[in-house]
Ligand binder design. Sequence first.
Ligand SMILES: CC(=O)N[C@@H](CCC[C@H](N)C(=O)O)C(=O)O
Length: 384
Amino acid sequence: MSLMTAETFIELRRQFHQIPEPGFAEVKTQQLILSYLASLPSHRLQIKTWRTGILVKVPGRNPRRCIGYRADMDGLPIREETSYGFQSRHEGYMHACGHDMHMAIALGILTHFVHHPIDDDLLFVFQPAEEGPGGALPMLESEPFRAWKPDLIFALHIAPEYPVGTIATRPGILFANTSELFIDLTGTSGHAALPHRANDMVIAASQLAIQLQSIVSRNIDPLDSVVLTIGKMEAGTKQNVIAGTARLEGTIRTLSAEAMEKVKDRIKSIVRGIEVGFGCEASIDWGANYCQVYNHPDITRAFMEWFPSETGYQLIKCREAMTGEDFGYFLSEIPGMMFWLGVETPYGLHHPKIEPNENAIPVAIDVMTRYFHHLSGNHRPAQP
Ligand SMILES: CC(=O)N[C@@H](CCC[C@H](N)C(=O)O)C(=O)O
């Protein structure tokens, strides 16, 4: 792609980066996408909105089928610590999972096909709330999506650990099953000097956090992959008051649905034990649950065979990752695949200092425009 075009989408990414919004509140993000779309020839696009998401159809010349491409839209409640001159303007929120890159790439691919139509229809899906509570499932079930349901669907996710010019994927499971986890404990608060008249939830929560870690090491077959992370713990109100309440927030990741059930059963038993042992009350909320991302084996193998022969980029056959992605819901109904896009940066996903290499944006646009021309059996023009 030409340098000028690459700069357009890098600039758009920077604009998205400054307005990260939580799931189903992507109001400015939706507006920015709609204003960009308004700059394109309107007769080449059909647009529908669904909540804060957007569906854009680019009609083909002689469609046999519809090829879908999805980008997620939401940011994370993380305080940004990058060195960027275009940092988040939304205090306490950040695009720390690359969704700003994902949207810019989707608009780059879309723009190419507005100017260079292929035979097949294309559907671009801008999906809200990937980080939670999960926009993919309700969007998939929505009337606007059902009316335009594609026959195939693709998506990518940035990968800090791979160099720019590299992609990684695999047939079958790419990402794990996930379940959020919220546990509330209620005891009795009291004076810090009179522990015998209170029921301390700091101690109960600490015990619980440690006991939960025994599930993976003692209850799961060592040959299965499971992660249980408590990412946030809160208790009490002041240093000299015994805490009457505590809350643990976390996430569970498994490569099989059976392991997920087993982990949840064990959590219920351990939480019951804490209730009995500490004489407190506990409640569990499983929050948002995502199914695994399962890449269609034939489609993925075909992509992996095509990729090295038709692009100058490097392909890695990677292992499964314990990250989650509600794109798995699209793949549970529509054949397709997802891949990692190398953005080479020392900080990982969800880190406040992550600075993905923006040169990956034209790489991804180049790969996907080439691939959609190939899928549609149409020659791609030399200059996009
Ligand atoms: C790619 C990525 O980082 N995705 C998120 C998905 C979050 C799912 C849900 N909110 C949870 O925490 O279980 C991830 O954390 O893997």
